[in-house]
Ligand binder design. Structure first.
Ligand code: NOJ
Length: 787
């Protein structure tokens, strides 16, 4: 090592030597850290502990400072600039920008050869050889597609979610991507909003658990873990509360709701070490999130001690002008930068690149402010190991993608995410031998693209198993599986994402064809022993720019369901959705309903396993399933308010109850809860209560139950929700087996943000506690907190 340093001595300047020495130190210490992390893993002591590499942090800081000292203002501003590359722009135009040091990051490239070409320009042709960081929306898989995030949240299995994102990270990293724009942790209490599919639903506690699991999966134990990505928690904050569920519209959220409901999943991601944050598009309480100093500086950096960097959502900096918040491009750049946005993500030319030099000249922004924004970006590139290891190993990509363990993980994830909503007279699981002919009906039953869900771009579509293929593989020649789509479904306003679909929508039927296809499907049901209907929404009906004002089954799907049911054969309804749909008719008339979500590459195989009992559904709803859009917003953790005993009479025309409650989901077996014990009926503020419950599998086969604990603070300095989830565990029980599940309730669970004190408080009050298998759990006890 000394000889390397000596050799370097002869050829390079003192300053460069210093930089190189720090680089070497960082390299050594980062491998030491990874070694010690491996040792910890092997010893099994703290498998999931987040390693906080303070020494590595310090070295990254020093190295970043050394680089900063060499950079021109233009080069610094260049680092703050991120551009989309979709493949149709001229590479040479981008290369020119890279050479001049005008681009710090590119996003949306999934081809490792293209990534390597651009990186080579940065490393060999730019003055300071600062590598680019390549970002991409690795949301639920990369080559192997996992169930959409709302589905993974329905697994209530953070360990599984962490593993899924570990696989996603490995595949994306192999392709040369360093950074994912995930996890998306926006709480969504309005299912009209299309992006509910990308998050964990309505609850901050479940949301925080999923957020943490995803950050650990993407990043590993530290930023720069091999085969991992930098995580980017998004969209700070409140995007899920877009008015009317209309994507991009303003969010108006009370401070109490922000702190107690919308922010906890972000805080969880920051605590888990997320290295970057994306600022949201919309206005939050009239101040655009991307120009919101309070959010990005006071909350994120000062209060939560976040030390990574913030990237804006696409064009969100220049859109500060569109919002009527900034006067012009320069004002937008100044407002975003001083609010705390380090990097501007832009589709064409960013306002940072264009205006910041002028803003410095006009003293609207100081060089120190620019440096403070650039430093964390450089530190992150250093921690990611990009200076030492900038390129994708193209030879390894295929073998990484081909890993059969990835397919198995995706299948297990799809199975664990499914939620059984109804199963009258145990119609499910189906016998593999009882049916000679199965009618598989519905527009989604033989679709590959629509099994995947939004943000699926880099997969090989041919690897997707459809429902039709899955059932055929499962049943072999003994049973005929006959398919009829019955109806077509299509958006009325086309989606911008449709140009990315690898399987295009089939050409629209004429009226005559539509009538024939409908009849054919009904005739098929009559001629079969059972009908499996696969209904829901195409993938482009759920996601960004996919909001709706009703929750009906799109098109003529309900009519088809009614006609097929009238054919008199048993009907199983499999739902492909990313949101609750209005399925009240189905709940009343169809014996079995399985919510399969967008299950991913292994869709057909996983659903076939579930339908025929080779897998047992154990997922639970991560949101309240409303009867119709008219009930929205409707979430379980509302306040008591007036006449709480008459909660169900809030509407005069129907019961004000949801179709299915939050946390609900059936199994092929049954479970009993008993013996709820609260070990400390009285604790002091700051102490912990322990609660146990016995859960027994009372059925005849093994299955999973999600044991859920809810609390209610009976009085205090604010009205508190009727129930709040504060603990859960997914367990597997053999038939007849009993397990005792233990929960702890400490200050973290018992405190809340009080709008009159304007801070977190824990109060000396009485609490209810319930444990059970959904948010209506009835097993009840109490405890008291005293001063
Ligand atoms: C816009 C979306 O809102 C955001 O979630 C995504 O990460 C970026 N585009 C980049 O694709």
């Amino acid at each position: 090592m000394t000889s390397i340093l000596l050799n370097i001595k002869v050829r390079v300047s003192r300053r460069t030597r210093a930089v190189l020495a720090v680089m070497l130190l960082a390299l050594i210490s980062s491998s030491l850290i990874s070694l010690s992390a491996q040792r910890l893993e092997k010893s099994g002591r703290t498998k999931r502990a987040v390693v906080r590499p303070d020494a590595a942090d310090q070295q990254a800081q020093q190295r970043a400072d050394a680089l900063l000292a060499q950079m021109t203002l233009a080069e610094k501003i260049g680092q703050l600039n991120q551009l989309f590359f979709f493949g149709f722009q001229k590479e040479e135009a981008i290369n020119e920008g890279i050479r001049k040091g005008e681009i710090g990051s590119l996003l949306f490239i999934t081809d490792p050869a293209t990534i390597n070409r651009f990186q080579k320009v940065a490393i060999t042709e730019s003055r300071l050889k600062i590598p680019l960081i390549f970002g991409f929306d690795v949301i639920h898989g990369f080559h192997t597609i996992f169930p959409v995030p709302i589905a993974m949240a329905a697994s209530w299995d953070p360990r599984m979610v962490e593993q899924a994102q570990t696989v996603a990270a490995r595949e994306a990293r192999a392709a040369g991507i360093n950074w994912t724009f995930a996890p998306m942790v926006d709480i969504a209490r309005d299912p009209r909003w299309g992006r509910i599919v990308e998050g964990a639903g309505e609850d901050p506690y479940l949301g925080a658990a999923m957020s943490r699991a995803q950050v650990l999966g993407f990043q590993g134990d530290r930023i720069g873990s091999p085969e991992h990505l930098l995580a980017c928690v998004k969209h700070l904050a409140g995007y899920g509360a877009a008015e009317g569920g209309r994507d991009y519209d303003a969010a108006n959220i009370s401070d109490a709701q922000l702190w107690n409901v919308y922010l906890p999943p972000f805080k969880a991601a920051v605590d888990a070490g997320a290295g970057s944050v994306m600022s949201a598009y919309m206005d939050l309480n009239d101040v655009p999130a991307t120009g919101n100093r309070w959010l990005l500086r006071d909350v994120l950096r000062r209060n939560w001690k976040f030390s990574g960097f913030v990237v804006s959502d696409a064009n969100a900096v220049s859109d500060l002008k569109t919002h009527g918040f900034a006067r012009d491009g320069q004002d937008a750049a100044v407002k975003a930068l001083t609010a705390g946005v380090n990097m501007e993500m832009s589709l064409i030319a960013g306002v940072y690149l264009k205006n910041l030099a002028n803003a410095v000249k006009q003293k609207q922004v100081s060089i120190k402010e620019i440096d403070d924004m650039v430093r964390p970006l450089l530190e992150t590139k250093i921690k990611l190991g990009l200076f030492e290891n900038p390129y994708a190993d193209e030879a390894k990509v295929k073998s990484t993608f081909d890993n059969p363990a990835h397919r198995e993980a995706a299948k297990a994830a799809a199975e664990r995410s499914a939620v059984l909503l109804k199963n009258k007279n145990n119609l499910l699981p189906l016998s593999k031998t009882a049916y000679k002919k199965i009618a598989l009906i519905g527009p989604l039953a033989d679709s590959r693209q629509n099994m995947l869900g939004s943000w699926s771009f880099a997969m090989d579509i041919n690897e997707t198993s459809t429902m039709l293929a899955g059932l055929k593989t499962k049943l072999g020649n003994g049973t005929e599986v006959a398919f009829a789509p019955g109806v077509q479904i299509n958006r009325i306003v086309p989606s911008i994402f449709d140009m990315t679909l690898k399987e295009k929508h089939p050409p629209a039927w004429t009226e005559g064809q539509a009538a024939d296809e409908f009849k054919k499907a009904v005739a098929l049901a009559k001629d079969s022993d059972i009908a499996v209907m696969v209904l829901g929404e195409n993938q482009d009906m759920s996601g960004e720019q996919a909001s709706r004002s009703t929750l009906d089954l799109p098109g003529r799907q309900l009519e088809l369901l009614q006609a097929v049911t009238a054919a008199g054969k048993p009907v199983v309804l499999v739902l492909i959705t990313g949101r609750p749909l209005d399925i009240t008719w189905a709940e009343q008339n169809v014996p079995a309903i399985l919510e399969a979500w967008y299950p991913g590459s292994q869709a057909g195989n996983a659903i076939a396993d579930l339908l025929f009992g080779d897998a047992v559904p154990g997922g639970k709803l991560p949101f309240t399933w409303v009867k119709s859009a008219g009930q929205v917003p409707f979430y379980y953790s509302h306040n008591l308010t007036q006449n709480p005993g008459e909660q169900e009479k809030r509407y005069w025309h129907e019961k004000a109850v949801p179709l299915y409650p939050f946390g609900y989901g059936l199994s092929y077996t049954t479970f009993g809860f008993s013996n709820l014990k609260v070990f400390q009926p009285e604790i002091k503020i700051g102490q912990t209560v322990e609660v146990t419950v016995d859960v027994k599998n009372t059925g005849l086969r093994a299955g999973d139950e999600v044991v859920q604990l809810y609390i209610h603070q009976q009085a205090g300095g604010a009205s508190r929700p009727v129930r709040e989830l504060k603990g859960f565990e997914r367990i597997t029980l053999a038939a007849g087996e009993t397990k005792t599940v233990r929960f702890k309730l400490g200050p973290g669970e018992l405190r809340y943000w009080n709008a009159s004190v304007r801070d977190w408080v824990q109060e000396a009050e009485n609490f209810d506690v319930w444990v059970g298998n959904d948010s209506t759990a009835s097993l009840h006890s109490t405890f008291r907190v005293t001063q």
